[in-house]
Design a binder for this molecule. Structure first.
Ligand SMILES: Nc1ncnc2c1ncn2[C@@H]1O[C@H](COP(=O)(O)OP(=O)(O)OP(=O)(O)O)[C@@H](O)[C@H]1O
Length: 400
């Protein structure tokens, strides 16, 4: 029997020695200067093709062919082939494998030449256009959003997710912040994502399943992606990830009202959105824009959470309202949305995020953990209701 240790760059190259270029069959792949890198880690192989000289329509088929070949090699448990359309100074890594069902709509994303144009991606894979297979066993989907960056949306989403899991729910967390994915770091997740039956498996931490672009490509790569690629990545986080059976999938959205939000609302049925804001006017103004966007796509607003509501002095317990008092609470009242609760500004929330141990997991009896728990106690019946509504909708459309 061959030892798994025998896989290395050289053996991978050898197995590719018979490959020729489909558009120039006389030229061997190995001689064409297209293979940019081969990384072997144990039985996992990552190969990058530089397709800057490849005819536009040939790049993706070539990628798929090589990936298929590598996946079937003895002693290879995971093989992924990436496309890089850039030169050495402007590298652009193309998000990897696509599933056949999504291939048509993601064609613009997978072909580097298309990315040069600013056209929107192909017809949105709207929830109404057909269900996404990997989301079929999910009770309901809730977006956690904010208008403004840095208000603590990711910290809130993570702690809510862990707190819901502590209450016995099966929870998934999708980090849709393509440009600044913070979920892996805040959950302390490292290492390779497993691929099983051509689907990405979510990583697990603190009782929840999570997936983020930060687990798939280096941060600096995703940061230079433009509209169509970002939209494609969001779709893949939904449709190429084996989310499995979940009571709720929380989606941590990036701040603002850009491509990601648009893609999400066009691709899946979001059952509700929770808005996170600090009490400060400028954050509330942006939050209002976020609310308007969700309302436009008929996504129900489930409520508003006030984060960094106040700082409580550790010595005397005196509350200081650093960002103003009750801003988000009043806003919820004015707009007629439920106020879900307030989270104080607490150093342990920040340090928990920095060390990858959410405060809810680290210190369940702390003031911070209790604040999150109070919110999730309000969320549980809402999740049940949304799950029922989603199931009814599914049944109705099956009968149509
Ligand atoms: N209640 C809180 N108390 C103390 N620190 C907090 C609190 N909420 C968030 N933080 C810290 O504030 C910073 C920003 O939080 P976070 O990354 O969650 O915000 P965000 O709104 O998701 O940001 P972005 O829009 O950039 O993704 C982080 O360092 C986080 O640990």
């Amino acid at each position: 029997m061959t030892s798994p240790n025998l896989i290395d760059q050289q053996t991978i190259k050898q197995t590719l020695s018979d490959f020729t270029l489909p558009w120039s069959p006389d030229i061997r792949l190995l001689d064409a200067n297209i293979i940019e890198s081969i990384t072997v880690q144990g039985q996992k192989v990552h190969l990058t093709l530089n397709v800057s000289t490849v005819p536009p329509d040939a790049a993706e088929p070539l990628r798929a062919k090589i990936e298929h070949h590598l996946q079937h090699l003895e002693n290879v448990t995971q093989a992924r082939v990436f496309l890089n359309s850039g030169t050495a100074s402007s590298k652009r890594l193309v998000f990897p494998p696509r599933q056949p069902a999504a291939a048509t709509s993601e064609k613009n994303v997978s072909t580097p030449w298309n990315q040069a144009h600013k056209h929107p991606p192909a017809k949105p894979n709207n929830a109404n256009n057909g269900p996404i297979e990997t989301l079929q066993s999910i009770g309901c989907i809730i977006a956690v959003a904010s208008g403004k960056g840095g208000v603590g949306k990711s910290s809130t989403a993570i702690n809510l997710a862990v707190s819901l899991a502590k209450q016995g729910l099966k929870v998934g967390l999708m980090d849709a912040d393509i440009y600044g994915p913070s979920v892996p770091h805040m959950l302390g997740l490292e290492g390779q994502v497993e691929v099983v039956n051509h689907k990405l498996m979510p990583m697990t931490a603190w009782g929840i399943s999570a997936m983020s672009i930060g687990m798939l490509v280096p941060q600096e790569q995703a940061m230079i992606w433009r509209g169509p690629m970002v939209m494609g990545a969001v779709k893949q986080l939904l449709s190429d990830v084996q989310w499995g059976e979940l009571d709720v999938l929380l989606i941590d959205t990036p701040p603002g009202t850009g491509d990601v939000q648009l893609t999400l609302t066009q691709t899946v049925q979001i059952d509700g959105a929770i808005i996170v804001s600090t009490p400060q006017d400028v954050a509330l103004l942006d939050a209002r824009r976020g609310i308007a966007m969700f309302q436009k796509s008929k996504t129900p607003i489930l409520g508003i959470i006030e984060n960094m509501a106040y700082f409580s002095c550790p010595c005397c317990d005196e509350k200081t309202y650093i960002f103003g008092e009750n801003g988000a609470k009043n806003e919820a009242q004015n707009l007629g949305f439920p106020f879900l609760g307030e989270i104080p500004l607490i150093p342990a929330i920040r340090s928990g995020a920095d060390t990858g141990v959410p405060i809810v997991a680290q210190d369940p009896d702390s003031v911070a953990a209790k604040a999150y728990q109070e919110i999730t106690e309000l969320m549980v019946p809402v999740i049940k209701r949304l799950t029922q509504q989603r199931a009814n909708k599914k049944q109705d459309s099956a009968q149509e």
